[in-house]
Design a protein around this ligand. Structure first.
Ligand code: PLP
Length: 398
């Protein structure tokens, strides 16, 4: 018999499957070009050509047993970790070495490893609404409770005063995500500074350690030269989770890393715990060929101008049509206020206009909808009359 604990996931999954099937059905009925599917955060810009070149070169030039073998350390290849560390030092003026880096199976496994290494069952993690829905599942995997800090819906910067009130002696970590899924907001220097200040004071007051787990798969997708603060520089008890899923458009290859700074509390045990967590959670080590590819392509990233053009076209088109949205500075999402109170109902109405978007409820933030603009530019341009018609219909029914 299937485990009872999995049944809520199974039921939730049929809803997601139904949405996919509905998208496919609509594409068959109306023609793919007439269905505006903004529901998925799947990169639409191809990986840079350096990636495929690197794969060929590695296979031609390197020792096959080494490239396809188990890593000696569950943290990954030493030279790859050193390359990552030096890359970060060059960008952020940090002083990492291979000892601070653990290669992971994407950001998803990195988050699970970080939670397993730092948070005991029964302890608690906070996340700022709206947040990536899997955070709750990752916490649950380790018997950890995740509580949502209510959103500041005017700016979608983290609501720090609300967070302060929610911290208890049982709070072991805060997950942050900037550039953010689903809002596209980048947390400012001032926000991170204040966050660090509050956490330092709380650690002192409670005599506990409170970690920031900074989930950064969208770090490279930041527009107009906006600064994305590097959190370890503000707060020692920070773990950074990175992934090349979006920056190199490699989500299926499952590759990322964690940074554990030497300044964090109990560093020697924490880094060993993370290394062991990689093994005992069953990841063993990050995919070896792609670790080597990531190191070879350390300075590459996808052409973000394509996303930027989509961002501007979508934001301008939607605001012209009367939708309200905080201007996104990163990632590839817009988080739009639902013109009717019920965001689920709005998504159903949007579907009648062949527009597929995701309710804010799925990100612990009802009253909004997420629009993923990792689609073709034509999809954005062609969808504009449908968005305008939808708004008109809503206004007329008021
Ligand atoms: N964190 C956030 C905020 C995401 O949006 C995603 C994927 O969409 C992930 C983590 C997982 O990324 P990965 O593919 O690297 O596991």
């Amino acid at each position: 018999m299937t485990a009872k604990s999995m049944m809520p996931y199974v039921e939730g999954n049929s809803a997601i499957r139904a949405m996919f099937e509905e998208g496919a059905r609509m594409a068959a009925q109306f023609g793919k070009e007439n269905v505006y599917d903004f529901s998925l955060g799947n990169p639409s810009v191809p990986a840079p050509e350096e990636v495929n070149n690197a794969i060929r070169e590695i296979l031609e030039e390197e020792d096959t047993l080494l490239v396809h073998g188990y890593n000696k350390s569950n943290s990954g290849y030493e030279d790859v970790r050193q390359t990552v560390a030096e890359h970060l030092n060059g960008l952020h003026g940090t002083a990492f070495t291979a000892e601070n880096i653990i290669m992971t199976v994407g950001a998803a496994s990195g988050l699970n490893v970080a939670i397993k290494a730092l948070v005991d069952p029964g302890e608690e993690i906070l996340a700022f609404a709206p947040y990536f829905v899997e955070y709750g599942n990752y916490a649950k995997n380790h018997g950890v409770n995740l509580r949502a800090v209510p959103a500041d819906t005017m700016t979608f910067q983290p609501n720090l005063e609300a967070m302060k009130e929610m911290i208890t002696p049982n709070t072991r970590a805060i997950i942050i995500n900037s550039p953010n899924n689903p809002t596209g907001v980048v947390y400012s220097d001032e926000t991170i500074r204040r966050l660090a200040q509050i956490l330092k004071a709380k650690q002192e007051e409670l005599g506990t350690e409170i970690y920031i787990i900074s989930d950064e798969p969208y770090r490279e997708l930041a527009y107009d030269g906006v600064n994305v603060p590097y959190v370890t520089k503000y707060y020692d008890n920070t773990v950074v989770g990175y992934s090349w899923s979006k920056s190199l458009s490699l989500p299926g290859e499952r590759i990322g890393y964690l940074v554990f700074p030497s300044e964090m509390a109990d560093f020697d045990n924490a880094i060993q715990a993370a290394n062991i967590a990689n093994r005992v959670l069953g990841y063993v080590n990050a995919p070896t060929l792609i670790q080597r590819v990531a190191a070879k392509c350390i300075d590459s990233k996808v052409d973000i101008d394509t996303y930027d053009r989509n961002r501007k076209a979508l934001f301008e088109g939607l605001t012209d049509a009367g939708y309200q949205c905080v201007y996104p500075e990163g990632a590839f999402y817009l988080f739009v206020r639902s013109p009717i109170d019920d965001d689920v109902e709005f998504c159903a109405k949007a579907k009648e206009h062949n527009i597929l978007v995701v309710p804010g409820k799925s990100f612990a933030c009802p009253g909004f909808v997420r629009i993923a603009y990792c689609v073709s530019y034509e999809t954005i341009v062609n969808s504009m009359p449908a968005f305008a018609e939808l708004m008109k219909e809503i206004k007329e029914s008021e």
